[in-house]
Design a binder for this molecule. Structure first.
Ligand code: BTN
Length: 261
């Protein structure tokens, strides 16, 4: 499938600093439409959640989609979650490898991070009383040879190629992903609960020992109890205190009784 045959515009570049940065610029400056796709073979300044970088060597999928959903501002976290569902469905369809979702934005397979999502929104408009557009940025270590990833990621990250030895068609994943993503975002307008339910079925943290690093710098330990309908993630401490987590990072501290340092 050639990108120009798809029913939305695809801007495909061999190299860019960040597809999210470019997508935000094109949405703002050129008013690019809902569903416009910015795709790159490599990124020199890939952005991750919480001001982290996202390593983007050749072989991966680096894509940002401009979305102009009719949603209240409070529903924006649901776009990241819906994008997770779309990524999981599309990756499974193309590779046959089972995907789990780690709240709020990580894609996992076989216990390793194989990709992530970074949703960035335009500034709130006081005129329309809404967010004019959102960019859903997705990075997937698809055909990435592990030696192309920095050493610091080798313990926790992998690529789909590293599991199967198969080199996948990036355009097949793009096509499956965008179709699924646009449907997921459409569905959010009238039924968030259905999206949340499907996300819960892929929950990577549920039942695991986890640690929440709060934005204030505190560490709270507990067990992952699952995604709440409003998009927050529930941690319960051993003393029975509930923390609905909205921001900050969650890390796993133990898998099958093994402590993770
Ligand atoms: C994360 O793991 O923290 C999120 C990573 C998101 C990476 C993607 S790659 C395409 C898009 N462009 C970016 O600069 N970031 C996102």
């Amino acid at each position: 499938m050639a990108y120009q045959d798809l029913p939305y515009e695809v801007v495909h570049l061999p190299l860019v600093d960040s597809t999210n940065r470019l997508a935000l610029e094109l949405a703002r400056r050129e008013g690019k439409k809902h569903g416009t796709v910015i795709l790159a073979d490599q990124q020199s300044g890939g952005r991750g959640r919480g001001s982290r970088s996202f390593s983007s060597p050749p072989g991966g999928l680096y894509i940002s989609v401009i979305l102009r959903p009719q949603l209240p501002v409070d529903d924006l976290p649901h776009i990241t979650l819906a994008t997770g569902n779309a990524c999981a469905d599309a990756i499974e369809q193309v590779t046959g490898i089972k995907i789990k979702l780690k709240w709020p934005n990580d894609l996992y397979a076989q216990g390793k991070k194989i990709g992530g999502i970074l949703t960035e929104a335009s500034a709130y408009s006081n005129i329309t009383k809404s967010i004019p557009f959102v960019v859903a940025g997705i990075g997937v270590n698809l055909n990435t040879p592990l030696e192309f990833l920095p050493d610091s990621l080798h313990d926790n990250a992998a690529s789909l190629y590293s599991f199967s030895g198969v080199t996948y068609e990036i355009s097949a994943l793009v096509e499956a992903l965008i179709g699924t993503l646009l449907k997921e975002v459409d569905l959010l307008q009238d039924n968030k609960d259905n999206m949340v339910m499907r996300w819960q079925e892929r929950d990577y943290l549920k039942g695991k020992s986890i640690i929440w690093q709060t934005p204030a710098g505190d560490n709270i330990r507990g067990t992952g109890k699952g995604l709440l309908p409003d998009g927050r993630y529930l941690l319960t401490t051993s003393g029975g205190d509930d923390y609905p987590v909205l921001a900050g990072d969650i890390a796993i501290t133990e898998i099958n009784g093994l402590k993770i340092k």
